[in-house]
Ligand binder design. Structure first.
Ligand SMILES: [Zn+2]
Length: 109
């Protein structure tokens, strides 16, 4: 299942939109340590203490992760990111999305 399918909310989905926590627990990421994007994601996840956090009433958390550009943060959750990489490669998790998944896996461990 692609990220877009997992994150998609159609009008018929709205009555069950508050089951996001169950969806989160089904996100799986294969960690390939030879992949440069994964390596950068691990470095970003190690700095999770610097992320801004915004939690919605239904418990979904969105993170503000600092860019390498000064004074820029990307809005990131386990499905989407506002960075250019995610914009140009919408079907593939960018390093920020992967970092969030790593962070959440560590928090749940
Ligand atoms: Zn990103």
């Amino acid at each position: 299942m692609s990220k877009r399918e997992q994150a998609g909310v159609t009008s018929t989905d709205l009555p069950v939109a508050n089951t996001w926590d169950k969806q989160v627990s089904t996100v799986n990421t294969v960690i390939d340590l030879s992949d440069a994007r994964t390596q950068r994601a691990i470095v970003i996840a190690a700095d999770a203490g610097q992320w801004a956090r915004c939690t919605t009433p239904d418990g979904h958390t969105v993170y503000g992760i600092p860019s390498s550009k000064p004074n820029v943060r990307y809005l990131v959750d386990e499905y989407n990111c506002s960075c250019p990489d995610q914009t140009f490669n919408p079907g593939r998790a960018c390093k920020h999305v992967t970092a969030v998944r790593i962070h959440q896996a560590l928090a749940a461990a």
